[in-house]
Design a binder for this molecule. Sequence first.
Ligand code: NDP
Length: 406
Amino acid sequence: MSGHDMTRRRAIEVGGIAAAASLAAGGAAALGQARAPAATGQPMPDDVSLPSQPPRAPRPGSVGFAIIGLGDYALNQIMPRFARSERTHIAALVSGNPDKLRQVGEAYGVAPEARYSYERFDEIAANPAVEAVYIILPSGLHAEWTERAFAAGKHVLCEKPMALTSAECERMIAAGQRANRRLMIAYRVHFEPYNMAAMDLMREKAVGDLRLIRTEHSYRAGPSTPATNWRHNRALAGGGPLEDYGLYGLQATLYLSGEMPTRISASAHRPEGDPRFSEIFAHVAAQLHFPSGAVAQVVTSYDSAGLNLVEARGNAGALVMRPATNYNGNTLSLETGRDGRKLEPGDSEVQFAGQLNHFAAAIRDGAPIITPGEMGLRDLRLIEAIYASATSGRTVALNPDATMRG
Ligand code: NDP
């Protein structure tokens, strides 16, 4: 039999359901434990276009951020978008690559004394211009760096997934409470007009009573190994596609249904002999059962032709988003009867500044955070339940806070 299905058969191989469930505390654990390496500098990503002139001076009251990790998402998406956020600015940079740190610092007008190596990070505590950090490191490093940032007295905006296990999420939340600092998870689509419009339509029952949700977030990964790409490295990426890309679909099932699942059944697949999947899964498929009777399917893959799809079907119509969760170019159509209506609720681009301004409002005005650490924790609990089901081959029952029953 080719392949490596994390099914009932596999559970029996590893010594029964109880052993399998205890192994499945997360994607990394489902595959065997591994420890994340220390943060280490990486080369400048491809196709980075640095600003030709430094940004304008920050407005009064603007919140100064340190960017931790100058990778693809930081340099190509997040840092350029600070220009559109009137309540935040880049005040410091943290990187393990000194040349890149200098080059990026010069381009963004960040003074040499506000450029930190990972080793010197703790000195940031003495820099009052930095009130918050934005952690854009590989996912397996989020917990450690969140705790270090709180210890330095800074507020934390942390990229998704919040961490790789629910235990890490709990530690992060506790560290923020001890430091009396705010914690937000960078779930950007909560600030993206197409997704916000979809949430409103679902609340208004535009499709009638919800019956089915289908999400798929897939792409085909190029030739990579755990050594050449952290997304294929268990210690830095957990089980792989689910924590990274599939998380968008998992989130969508919750914000579109407005419910928490009571039962989850899932499978996960790791092909043998493919260096890309020596440490992570290639695909994960989960079925979520909601109290209303609605059912959601969440599928994600690093080894299939690309798709970014969210579809919600009720007894009076359907809402289709394809792509659903991109940086831009998302679509939303509402199909009722024979009518199909394409909606254009706004410019997706605003999601980045919207997210930054939201965190600034939390810090400055004490406003509630709509994507707090507790949401990240909830999602990691669901991910753990998905792996527990995939590992045991059984349906997992959940409490309302997404912890597993029994
Ligand atoms: P990259 O690999 O492009 O960048 C990661 C950066 O982290 C590196 O450039 C490096 O910065 C630093 N780093 C520190 N230690 C390591 C290590 N051991 N291995 C690799 N990098 C290390 O990743 P992305 O920018 O794509 O992803 C970063 C985070 O952002 C992830 O958590 C990811 O899930 C999230 N993300 C979120 C997206 C969203 O839409 N919300 C989209 C894409 C990513 P340096 O050289 O400066 O030290």
